[in-house]
Ligand binder design. Structure first.
Ligand SMILES: Nc1ncnc2c1ncn2[C@@H]1O[C@H](COP(=O)(O)OP(=O)(O)OP(=O)(O)O)[C@@H](O)[C@H]1O
Length: 281
């Protein structure tokens, strides 16, 4: 692991074609587990070309929402629109060319290497008419490099540490080269250095035109690395907007039962949380 950030590495090496924007939104979306509504009649839209952080306490429905938006979870009512069309009416491959989801729980076949895992990300780009080509290998090399995995590409996935495995899955999502990328806690297993690299990569991808949404527990990172925050509680969006506008002492207390002070980052103006103290268990 080098101290070089992914951002600087990805800008200094091969650059892939900038993908077109894709729009993802939901109207009156209701998602249930068993017969219980987790998300009810929710309207949401991801700002194009921006990083959205979805925050909120455990169990409030963040993963359920991400799974609903990526059509892993079918709505009980309401609609998810991908570029204006009902996502459930679109062919799977077409969706997979526009939208990649990195779920919280991942499962890979036994005995595959990192590079083989990342190759799965190219599947939506293959067809009878388009076999494996140079752009596929380029996308894999880019993803390996972006996730700091060049030296590990031939290692078996099940021999890796949790953080290395998480980076391999992030690389697979990047190799899919979709304009929309949804990431469920992408840095949960990563050390501080790799967390920063992944957040910088996410920001870098948004600067290339991609639309990203990530579920994040770490509020300071959500404020620092997102353009837009969606704050959820009990299956509802209680507020959303830029970190500067949204992040208040009152919000932190309401979401997490934590008192804190907020000071502006001297460089970016985004809020920094200090003096955090739990006020109820
Ligand atoms: N497969 C399932 N079957 C039944 N209930 C589920 C299932 N998955 C999630 N739930 C319930 O749905 C609610 C929302 O879960 P979800 O995973 O979306 O929350 P979350 O905000 O992502 O939580 P966390 O921060 O802990 O990951 C929780 O009450 C959870 O227990």
């Amino acid at each position: 692991m080098t101290a070089t950030s992914l951002h600087s590495k990805t800008t200094s090496k091969q650059t892939l074609e900038i993908p077109k924007l894709a729009r993802l939104s939901a109207k009156k979306l209701t998602l249930k587990h068993d017969k219980t509504s987790i998300i009810e009649s929710l309207d949401v839209s991801l700002p194009e070309g921006k990083v959205t952080a979805i925050v909120g306490p455990n169990g409030c429905g963040k993963s359920t929402l991400l799974n609903g938006l990526s059509r892993v979870h079918s709505p009980s009512s309401g609609i998810v629109l991908l570029d204006g069309k009902d996502i459930h009416s679109l062919p799977s491959k077409e969706v997979a060319r526009r939208l990649a989801l990195l779920p919280q729980d991942t499962l890979a076949p036994d005995g595959i290497t990192i590079e083989e895992l990342i190759r799965f990300g190219r599947h939506p780009h293959q067809s009878m008419l388009k076999q494996w080509a140079m752009d596929d290998q380029q996308a894999i090399n880019y993803a390996l490099n972006a996730a700091d995995l060049d030296g590990l590409k031939d290692r078996l996935l099940d021999t890796l540490s949790g953080g290395q495995r998480q980076r391999a899955w992030i690389a697979m999502s990047i190799a899919q080269e979709t304009p929309l990328l949804l990431l469920d806690e992408p840095t949960s297993a990563l050390d501080l250095g790799h967390q920063i690299e992944v957040f910088e990569l996410i920001r870098h991808l948004s600067r290339q035109g991609k639309t990203l949404a990530m579920v994040v527990h770490d509020l300071p990172s959500a404020c620092q690395y997102s353009d837009h925050i969606i704050a959820m509680k009990k299956g509802k969006i209680i507020t959303q907007g830029s970190p500067k506008d949204v992040m208040t002492k009152e919000l932190v207390r309401e979401l997490y039962g934590v008192e804190c002070d907020l000071i502006p980052d001297p460089m970016t103006g985004s809020p920094i949380l200090i003096n955090m103290k739990r006020i109820r268990s």
